[in-house]
Design a protein around this ligand. Sequence first.
Ligand code: AG3
Length: 281
Amino acid sequence: MKVKAVSSNRKEAREYQTPSSGLFFKVKNVLYEKKSKYQKIEIIQNDFYGRVLFLDGLVQTTEKDEFFYHEMLVQPALCSCRQPERVLIIGGGDGGALREVLKHSVEKAWLVEIDQEVIRACEQYFPWLEASLSDPRAELAIADGFDFIQKTKERFDVILVDSSDPVGPSAILHARDFYFKLKKVLRPGGIIAAQSGSQLLHLKEHGQKAKFLKKMFSISRFYSAPVPTYPVGTWCYNFLSDQIDPLKVKKLRIPAGLKYYNEEIHRASFAQPVFFKQAIR
Ligand code: AG3
C-alpha cells in the first residue's frame, strides 16, 4: 500500500528530549503521517538530515546519521561472535539493523517488528529496508517481541534489541523478565546487544538494568557512542554473554562497507566516564 506524499505547511518538527529542551527540524515536506494501532508514525524531509522517522514524536532514524546507531547496535556483537549463523532482531522496523546483520555471512536473520505500519512506511521511504527484506536469508515476523521469544523454538547466536527508550511503552523491553527470556533462547557462546538509552538522560535506568544484568550474565558490559539526533549526547548499549568478552576478542570479524565502526571504535566504546561508572556500580 502506497501512502501519498503530502506536502505540508508544518514548519517544524520537534522532539522534546526533556520537558524543557529538545531538537527541532525544519520540515521541507511531510512524507508520511499515520496513526497505527500502536503509535503515531511520521516521516519528514529535512534539508540536512534527509528523511527523518518519528514514532510518537521521538526521532528513530534519519538518513544522515542512522549509521552511527545501527552499526554500533549490530557490529560489536556480530564482529565478536565466533560463528554468527542465526540472528534475531527485536524491533528495528526501519531495517537499519537488519541491513548491518546481512553484511555478515549469516544463515538466517529474523526481524520481529510489532507494527506492520512501520514496515510499510519504511519500505517506501528507507530503501535499505526493502533491499534487506528481499535477501533470502531475512525473515520478517510481525509480532510482539516478548511473545515471539516466548513461543519460538529457534535458538540464536546473536540477539539484537532495537527498541525505543527505556521509559514509557517500551520499558518492558528493558526489564529483567525480558532478558531472562532472551537468555533462554541464546545458543552457547551467544551474544545479546541491546540499545539501552541516553547516557545522561536515562542514567537511573542504566543503574537499575546493570544490577540485574550483572547477576544474569557472566559478561555484562555497557558501551556507548554518539548518535547526533538522539537525546542529549552519548547513546548506550548493553553487551551480554556468558562466554564472549568483547574486550578479549582477538580478531574482530569486521565486514566491508562500514562507515562508523572499526577496531579502535570497538575498544574505545567500552570506556565509561566517571559519573556513569558510579551509576552502574
Ligand atoms: N531505536 C532507538 C531509538 C531511541 C531514540 N530515542 C529518542 N529519540 N528519544 C531506534 C530504532 C532505529 N532502528
